[in-house]
Design a protein around this ligand. Structure first.
Ligand SMILES: [Cu+2]
Length: 397
């Protein structure tokens, strides 16, 4: 037959015998192939589905993200060019010089010094150039520029499954502890220390900087800045962040927001940070219920007392059914826009749902698991009590 031995008759679809013998099998394999193609296309669209408004890595709002994006773009496109070139030559050679029936055996050669040296030198230069440039870029974005404005310090602690933000000095020596929503002034470097109280999490705000792990017993440092000339919308602008390290049951529900504000607005927020007022009967009632049911885990009257935080953490790590756990500081809850680590918008309805049964809003969270109130599912609290709590926490009049 003139075919090499591995081409056994019937083993390839282009063999006339298989074509005439199994027409249905061929059609169904074509169908399978289109299904597969469809799935791949859907997966691709899904993968590129992060919109510009959302959590996009393709848009940089500051110098750190911009440098990383530049690096990424150059490496990506250089490699795309190399890929197209190499694959192009390969495919051309395969098609153009394929073996045809009756072809004589081609001359057998070995080695080609010029070609081998060229093909060693080009990739070496490419890899070295991109490597050296990457190292320089790393040093460049390692620390905020020294001649710029003084950085604002923020310590971010990862908890299962929410983020805690601590400003040792947010302005005029005022210390602030808040959760899940970080506020930063525009055009000012933010120096971040990353910590974790339980497992490894990862801190990621794509438009400001690449991700960095939050590791228990070890502090990782990073910085970023939001530049006003890169942000086209009016301030304040809200950016999306996300825990990027699988950290347990509710990992996918561990988001956060970064709100970029004018320095003046930031200062007003700092000045207003404090416990919700208790100047109405309802708020007083809410405060009492809060003191009774919630202060085991939550602080509401300013930054958490370090000794209390430590004892909550010990309670959490020692385990047991009903113990204190680290929980979001609720001092400024009324100034926030989201609830339970950015899962839902914060309003009366969602807060009611949360206080009625947190498990409905965020499956697996440690409030429903560990608070006495939720041991049998929904809270065992009268509606008026929940009303009073909402009025107090959100400062409703
Ligand atoms: Cu996490």
């Amino acid at each position: 037959m003139g075919l090499p031995p591995f081409r056994r008759a019937g083993s390839l679809p282009m063999q006339p015998s298989s074509k005439s013998n199994q027409p249905t099998g061929r059609r169904s394999s074509l169908k399978n192939r289109s299904v597969l193609f469809g799935l791949m296309a859907a997966l691709f669209l899904f993968a590129v589905g992060c919109t510009k408004d959302g959590q996009s890595t393709w848009e940089a709002f500051g110098p750190v993200a911009q440098k990383q994006l530049d690096l990424f773009n150059v490496i990506l496109w250089v490699m795309v060019a190399v890929f197209i070139l190499v694959e192009g030559v390969l495919v051309y050679a395969i098609v153009r010089y394929r073996r045809r029936p009756g072809d004589a055996k081609p001359p057998q050669i070995h080695g080609n010094n010029t070609l081998e040296i060229t093909l060693t030198i080009i990739p070496t230069i490419l890899v070295l150039a991109l490597g050296i440039w990457s190292v320089f870029a790393l040093f460049e974005i390692d620390k905020p520029p020294e001649d710029g404005p003084a950085p604002l310090q923020v310590t971010v602690t990862g908890h299962q499954w929410w983020f805690e933000f601590e400003y040792p000095d947010a302005g005029n020596g005022k210390k602030i502890i808040t959760a899940n929503e970080m506020r930063i002034p525009v055009d000012r470097p933010i120096q971040i220390s990353l910590e974790s109280d339980d497992v490894i999490h990862s801190f990621w705000v794509p438009k400001l900087a690449g991700k960095l792990d939050m590791v228990p017993t070890h502090i990782n440092k990073m910085w970023f800045q939001a530049d006003s000339d890169k942000i086209t919308d009016d301030l304040p602008v809200t950016l999306y962040g996300q825990c990027a390290e699988l950290c347990g049951l509710a990992h996918a529900l561990m988001r956060f927001r970064v709100t970029v504000m004018e320095q003046d607005d930031f200062d007003s927020w700092v000045a207003a940070y404090g416990p919700p007022p208790t100047n109405t009967a309802k708020a007083k009632q809410g405060a009492q219920i809060f003191a009774h049911h919630c202060t085991l885990c939550h602080t509401i009257d300013g930054p958490d007392d370090p000794a209390l935080s430590a004892s909550r953490l010990t309670g959490f790590l020692t385990g047991g059914d009903i113990t204190p756990v680290p929980a979001p500081n609720l001092t400024d809850l009324r100034t926030r826009n989201t609830l339970a680590a950015g899962i839902v918008d914060l309003n009366e309805t969602t807060l009611r749902q949360w206080l009625h049964n947190p498990e409905d809003v965020k499956p697996g969270n440690y409030m429903s698991e560990r608070a006495v109130l939720y041991q049998d599912g929904p809270a065992n609290l009268p509606d008026e009590a929940i009303d009073a709590l909402i009025g107090y926490l959100l400062d409703l009049r």
